[in-house]
Design a protein around this ligand. Structure first.
Ligand code: AMP
Length: 503
């Protein structure tokens, strides 16, 4: 009997008394204790009537127990479906209905809200709190701490990860055991993870970054994790001396830079800082190096594909790039209209193929056909070019491309010009409806602390370096950019907000 995901990530630590998790209260959990808990949970899933291939929707706070539910799902062959803790009952209703989940696990505080949702779809509902308590934990408490892993093949489904859905309905990306394992193997090797590593984990575990990148890599390497509930500068700074590596979204790094306690001494012992899930500004990369001597390693991936590219461990980590394709990942830049590969250095859409690429969107054959080619290439929707050294530079999402008077404007180019202006901390460039041009370029500026950008002076300054059609028709100033939990700027929110600017 084999179950590659369980065996490779979890099962082989079965008899290890080494620490797996360092918890915020100072306690630790060994691999053995963690896997005992997972086996009890696996027994509880079986008792709740879940069979291999059934879906388990999980909207719970980050905790050791929440991770053990993931292990239990792997052990029982149940498809793991983690949900953003911010989703409302209406949103959860969609995920439960769409996925056909048989069991919903939620926080005890959400039980009253979600019970009708589960019932409406014929799913059972149990609870698991951030403190590890709840009806699911109770149901598992007296069960044996052993469970024979269910037989699974590498191409059996392991998880449904719903896309963050900033436009349209979220889609359930079907990920197989091999999708997850192949990527974990490549990343562990590429980033040199070993059992001596201690990863500072402050990411959410409902998203690919915190769940599959961070957790799977540590499990595969036998490394331990400091499991913090969320990013909190005090906690992160307090724990950094105990860590060897950290993975974060760019906002982790900007927030650390805002704190005077981030010094070369604080992180001198660290082996690796990784950034991803949203673009890391070159400026942040450079400021972090100037302050700490550490060059952040930026990588690029997404829900549907796991990780695709990475800057090298040894060798130049180039600010503003997401590095080169990972071993086993084929990457090409194509013309969004024709699908033909563009010339070297030209901008087009990134397509990727490899063992990391998902099997399609659950019950959405049309969407799957639109984005996943028959030859296995996935059309990511990210626009990029490859520079002379083979490094990928992302210039934005295809759907964020602004077409004004028939000309293509890539927001990143304008954002870089705006970011370099006095008094500007950061910017976002969007297209909004315009009666003459179809769309007009609008620049949204966030002031640097204590400063007020002079929009007329900025418009004049960039007028000298950007073609007229690229110049924003309007510059507006906002206190901050709307971002989701992964630090991504929500341009759809900005587009809605400024839709009437030229009406
Ligand atoms: P998600 O599916 O939520 O992980 O979002 C994936 C998207 O995040 C990608 O398609 C990119 O648009 C963006 N993304 C991820 N990593 C990076 C990065 N290092 N630089 C720029 N964008 C990124």
């Amino acid at each position: 009997m084999t179950n590659p995901l369980y065996d490779e990530l979890f099962g082989r630590h079965r008899d290890s008394d080494r620490s797996f998790l360092h918890l915020p209260d100072g306690g630790t959990l060994s691999f053995r204790a963690f896997l005992d808990m997972a086996a009890q949970f696996a027994n509880a899933l079986g008792a709740a009537g879940l069979d291999p291939g059934d879906r388990l929707a999980v909207q719970v706070e980050k905790s050791a127990e929440a991770l053990a539910v993931y292990a239990a799902a792997a052990q029982t062959g149940v498809i793991f479906l983690p949900l953003n803790t911010a989703y409302t009952a209406d949103e959860v209703d969609y995920f439960v209905g769409n996925s056909g989940a048989r069991l919903v696990l939620c926080d005890p505080a959400a039980e009253a809200r979600l019970a009708p949702v589960a019932a409406a779809h014929g799913a059972a509902l149990m609870t698991l709190g951030g403190d590890g308590r709840g009806s699911f934990a109770d149901a598992a408490a007296d069960r044996p701490a052993t469970f024979a892993p269910v037989d699974r093949a590498a191409d059996d489904l392991a998880a449904f990860l719903y896309t963050s859905g900033t436009t349209g309905r979220s889609k359930g990306a079907m990920l197989t055991q091999e999708n997850l394992l192949s990527n974990a193997r490549v990343l562990t090797d590429h980033w040199r993870f070993t059992e001596t590593d201690v990863l500072l984990h402050a990411l959410p575990i409902f998203h690919t970054h915190g769940l599959f990148v961070a957790t799977n890599v540590c499990l595969l390497a036998g490394a331990s994790m400091i499991l913090l509930p969320r990013f909190d500068a005090d906690a992160v700074i307090g724990w950094l001396p105990r860590a060897t590596t950290m993975m974060g979204v760019p906002t982790f790094y900007t927030r650390l830079l805002d704190d005077a306690r981030l010094t070369r001494d604080l992180v001198g012992h660290m082996r690796l800082f990784v950034s991803g899930s949203a673009p890391l500004l070159s400026e942040t990369h450079e400021a972090f190096e100037a302050r700490t001597g550490q060059r952040i390693l930026e990588r690029y991936g997404m829900t549907e594909t796991n990780m695709n590219t990475s800057n090298p461990y040894d060798g130049p980590r180039i600010a503003g790039t997401v590095g080169q394709p990972l071993p086993g990942v084929e990457l090409k830049i194509t013309d969004p209209e024709t699908g033909a590969e563009v010339a070297q250095g030209e901008i087009g859409v990134i397509e990727v193929r490899g063992p990391n690429v998902f099997k399609g969107y659950w019950q959405m054959p049309d969407k799957t056909r639109e984005e996943l080619r028959e030859n296995g290439f996935f059309i990511t929707g990210d626009l990029a070019r490859i520079d002379e050294d083979g490094y990928v530079r992302i210039v934005g999402r295809a759907k964020d491309l602004v077409i004004t008077g028939g000309f293509n404007v890539y927001p990143k180019e304008i954002e870089e010009a705006l970011d370099a202006q006095p008094g500007v901390l950061e910017s976002a460039v969007i297209g909004v409806p315009h009666p003459d041009f179809g769309e007009a370029v609008v620049g949204v500026l966030v002031p640097a602390p204590g400063q007020t950008p002079d929009t007329d002076a900025i418009a004049a300054a960039i007028g000298g370096s950007l073609a007229r059609f690229k110049q924003p028709k309007r510059l507006v100033v906002l206190d901050e950019l709307p971002r989701n939990t992964m630090g991504k700027v929500q341009k759809n929110v900005l587009r809605e907000r400024f839709a009437g600017l030229f009406a």
